[in-house]
Design a protein around this ligand. Structure first.
Ligand code: PMP
Length: 358
C-alpha cells in the first residue's frame, strides 16, 4: 500500500508513531495481558492514563490551576446544547459571534433554550473573514459570549480574541486546539471534539474555569451538568477509554515535538507552502478566506471553474492526496493541515498545485 497524503478535515491524520505504539500495545497494555479497551475504567492502569492526559494537557496549554479539564462524550455538538442548558437563565442573553456553519449550529441550540443575540457576523460576505474586535456588540445581561476559534468549513481563524469581562467568553476550539498558543485566562470555557488535533473521535475536551461550576443547575439532567463531571473527575459514568488513551499518546507526541511553540511554528510553515501556491498562481487558485483571517488549519480554495475543481481533485486522488474536497455544503477544495499532517505532505501538495497549474 502506497503512503497517502492525508488532508482529511476530521477525523483526520494521527501521528504515525502514535498509531504504531498503539498497535504494539494493543493486545498487552502495560503488562496487563489485555488491551487498554478491556480494562476497567476504575483500574489503576487506566487511572494512570487518565491522569497523565489531564496533566499533559494542562502542561502543554499552560492551563492555570483555577480551571478544570473534563473528558466528556457527545462531541462538540453536545456542547452546543450543554452551554445554554447550563448558563442561559431567564433574563440573560446567549451572545453568539457567527463566523461559519459551526457557530450557526451552536446558536441554533441556544435559541432552543433561551434568548440569544448575534454580537457579530460575517455571513453577508460568505464568512470570508473574522469580525473586527471593535465591531462586536455586547449586552449588559450576556450570559456568555460564544465564538468558534477556527472555522473548519470556510477556512478562517480568529487571530486575536476579544477581551470580554462582563460575561464568560466560551470558545469552540474543535479544529485548532493545540495548534497554537492560547491565552487560557481570556476564556471562561473552551471545548473541543478530539478528532482533529487531539486524537480519534469519542472524547470531547472541556476546559472550564472553576467559578462557572458554581452555577445553579438543578433543572439540568445529571449527565449534562459540568459539575457532575468535575466532581467525579470525568468518571461519573464510563468514559471513552480508548479515545482517552489515544489522546494521552497524542499529547505525549506534541510534547516530544517540542510543545506548542514548536508545533505552531511548523503549522505556520506548512500552511505558508500552500497559501504561497495560491498567492503565486496569478489568480488561478482563489483562496476563500481574506488574507488576514486565513486559517492555519483548513486552507480553502477554488480553481477557475467547477470543472477545473473536479479535474484537480481527481488527479490529486490518483497521486495519493486524500481529503482535498471542500465541505459538501460549500464545494471547492480544502486542505486540512492539522498538527499530525507532516511537512512533506504540504510540500507535495504545494508542488502538485504548481505543476497542475502549468
Ligand atoms: N465545531 C467545529 C469547529 C467543528 O469543526 C466540528 C466538526 N467538524 C464540530 C464543531 C462538530 O463536532 P462533533 O462532530 O464532534 O460534534
Amino acid at each position: 500500500m502506497q503512503d497517502v497524503f492525508n488532508f482529511n478535515a476530521g477525523p483526520s491524520a494521527l501521528p504515525k508513531s502514535v498509531l504504531e505504539k498503539a498497535q504494539a500495545e494493543l493486545t498487552n497494555f502495560n503488562g496487563t495481558g489485555m488491551s487498554v479497551m478491556e480494562l476497567s475504567h476504575r483500574s489503576k492502569d487506566f487511572e494512570a492514563v487518565h491522569e497523565e492526559a489531564i496533566a499533559l494537557l494542562k502542561e502543554l496549554l499552560a492551563i492555570p490551576d483555577s480551571y478544570k479539564v473534563l473528558f466528556l462524550q457527545g462531541g462538540a455538538s453536545l456542547q452546543f446544547a450543554m452551554v445554554p442548558l447550563q448558563f442561559l437563565k431567564p433574563g440573560k442573553i446567549g451572545n453568539y459571534l457567527l463566523t461559519g456553519s459551526w457557530s450557526e449550529k451552536a446558536l441554533k441550540e441556544g435559541k432552543l433554550l433561551g434568548e440569544t443575540a448575534v454580537g457579530a457576523s460575517t455571513k453577508e460576505t460568505q464568512y470570508r473573514s473574522i469580525p473586527a474586535l471593535d465591531a462586536i456588540t455586547y449586552n449588559e445581561n450576556d450570559a456568555y459570549v460564544h465564538l468558534t476559534s477556527n472555522n473548519t468549513i470556510f477556512g478562517t481563524q480568529w487571530k486575536e480574541f476579544p477581551t470580554v469581562t462582563h460575561a464568560p467568553l466560551i470558545a469552540d476550539m474543535s479544529s485548532d486546539i493545540l495548534s497554537r498558543k492560547i491565552e487560557i485566562e481570556k476564556f471562561g470555557m473552551i471545548y473541543a471534539g478530539a478528532q482533529k488535533n487531539l486524537g480519534p473521535a469519542g472524547v470531547t475536551i472541556v476546559i472550564i474555569r472553576e467559578d462557572l461550576l458554581e452555577e445553579e443547575v438543578d433543572h439540568v439532567p445529571t449527565l449534562l451538568r459540568y459539575r457532575t463531571h468535575s466532581e467525579t473527575n470525568s468518571l461519573y459514568h464510563t468514559p471513552p477509554t480508548f479515545s482517552i488513551y489515544m489522546l494521552n499518546q497524542v499529547l505525549q507526541w506534541v510534547k516530544d515535538q517540542g510543545g506548542i511553540d514548536a508545533i505552531e511554528r511548523k503549522n505556520e510553515e506548512k500552511a505558508k507552502l500552500i497559501y504561497d501556491a495560491i498567492d503565486e498562481s496569478d489568480g488561478f487558485y482563489r483562496g476563500h478566506a481574506e488574507k488576514e483571517s486565513r486559517s492555519l488549519m483548513n486552507i480553502t480554495f477554488n480553481l477557475p471553474s467547477e470543472e477545473e475543481n473536479k479535474r484537480f481533485l481527481a488527479k490529486a486522488k490518483e497521486l495519493g492526496f486524500v481529503g482535498l474536497n471542500g465541505h459538501r455544503s460549500v464545494g471547492g477544495c480544502r486542505a486540512s493541515t492539522y498538527n499530525a499532517v507532516p511537512l512533506e505532505a504540504c510540500v507535495a501538495l504545494s508542488d502538485y498545485m504548481k505543476n497542475y497549474r502549468r
